[in-house]
Design a protein around this ligand. Structure first.
Ligand SMILES: Cc1cc2nc3c(=O)[nH]c(=O)nc-3n(C[C@H](O)[C@H](O)[C@H](O)COP(=O)(O)OP(=O)(O)OC[C@H]3O[C@@H](n4cnc5c(N)ncnc54)[C@H](O)[C@@H]3O)c2cc1C
Length: 368
């Protein structure tokens, strides 16, 4: 089968690109998304904290986040459920640890204000001496966002194939690629590598330049609380140790905030990590955890610069990278989909993105 564009990977990266590209072209005809798992967003895209923080990440990520948030908070297209809403982000700890996380534009909270926002920290004033708040942070509904992109893409005519791993690629003449996906053969003029933790492996099938992507484990849990935090409670990060929590329904989502190197795999939580996390939360705050509803581990896949990679591979023709989103895959999703679409449709990223950020997204060249 011959198609124009094959997108490898059915997480937020691949799906947001499929829906944006189909919208820009006025049709999804000729676009195919291929996902290895039986269900979409099976890996990292169903395991995030669902927070979009404009003060979090290196400069290109901050710009991509500022451009993504309005798209989700006030979408120009009809959406079946809210995609994002205000959800401030507080960083608290010692004076030195909070100072290290402070960036221009963030508001300093007095001790009294911190306790007003986070009464569960009131008993630990020695540990939580300083605090800053990012009032512009928002929370997204990752499930709704992924589903919205899927529907928008499929309605436009994009073909989405699940349970089909791309296992081989070879040049098919005129710059096209012949792929084997789930045992079937297809030919594509252009291929997008949105394979998350497997993106360097997929690149290898094309003889592309590896981007030294490193998958990093992060474990989280949804827990029940004896006293709910309240729906407007901010997300809170302990600046000293990096663990964080935020309200979720009448309980909380808690995470170590760790970044432990891992091979690409279906990462699973270690029960001892959840036990230790619960112990820490209960020691440092007055929150009382009455049960664990769900625990999970996901892989945040980072480039060496911690800036995602979105650009044409310097060696393998007609292979576009859309990978290395690290801990920013949702908060940069709309802007990265737009940048990738610009490259596919116009050959260059438009000047809605600064030249510095557009350059920082380009794949690293081959070293030899
Ligand atoms: C605990 C945790 C908290 C996080 N919190 C946030 C947050 O608050 N905000 C934020 O913006 N981001 C957050 N992230 C990061 C965010 O979840 C990721 O950046 C994002 O989900 C990456 O999306 P992706 O589509 O690149 O990868 P994935 O969702 O992993 O999708 C890649 C897909 O490619 C498929 N694939 C791989 N190889 C092949 C192949 N050969 N053939 C076919 N398909 C293939 C895989 O099966 C997979 O489904 C968090 C991550 C974790 C783990």
């Amino acid at each position: 089968m011959m198609v124009d564009t094959v997108i490898i990977g059915g997480g937020i990266a691949g799906l947001s690109l499929a829906s944006e590209l189909a919208d820009r072209r006025g049709s999804g005809a000729g676009i195919m998304l291929v996902e290895a798992e039986a269900d979409l967003a099976h890996h990292t895209s169903s395991r995030s904290a669902q927070q979009l923080i404009p003060s979090y990440g290196p400069e290109p990520v901050l710009e991509l986040t500022r451009l993504t948030i309005p798209d989700l908070v006030e979408p120009t297209h009809a959406v079946p459920a809210p995609l994002a809403w205000p959800s401030p982000f507080v960083v608290t700890g010692s004076l030195a640890d909070v100072a290290a996380e402070t960036v221009p534009g963030l508001r300093t909270l007095s001790s009294a204000e911190l306790v007003e926002y986070c009464p569960e920290l009131a008993d630990n004033p020695e540990r939580y001496r300083a605090a800053i708040i990012d009032d512009s942070a928002v929370r997204t509904n990752a499930t709704a966002l992924v589903e919205w992109h899927r529907q928008r893409a499929e309605r436009a005519g994009v073909r989405i194939i699940t349970g089909a791993t791309v296992t081989a690629a070879r040049p098919a003449g005129d710059g096209a690629w012949a792929l084997t996906a789930g045992g079937d053969d297809l030919t594509a003029r252009t291929v997008v590598n949105a394979a998350g933790a497997w993106a360097d492996h997929v690149a290898g099938l094309f003889g592309a330049v590896p981007q030294s992507l490193q998958p990093l484990r992060r474990t989280a849990a949804l827990v029940s609380l004896s006293q709910p935090l309240g729906p407007t409670h901010p997300m809170v990060e302990d600046a000293t140790s990096g663990w964080y929590y935020r309200p979720d329904a009448d309980g909380a989502m808690i995470s170590w905030g760790e970044a432990e190197p891992s091979p690409a795999c279906d990462a699973q939580p270690r029960p001892s990590a959840i036990d230790e996390l619960i112990e820490t939360v209960q020691r440092e705050t007055t929150m009382r955890i009455t049960g664990v509803r769900k625990a999970w581990t996901g892989l945040r896949t980072e480039t060496p610069s911690d800036v995602p990679v979105c650009g044409w591979d310097p060696r393998a023709g007609n292979l576009l990278w859309l990978a290395g989103q690290g801990g920013y895959g949702f908060q940069t999703s709309s802007a990265l989909a737009r940048a990738a679409t610009d490259l596919l449709v116009d050959g260059r990223i438009g000047n809605w993105l600064s030249a510095e950020s557009a350059a920082a997204l380009q794949p690293r060249p081959a070293t030899s």
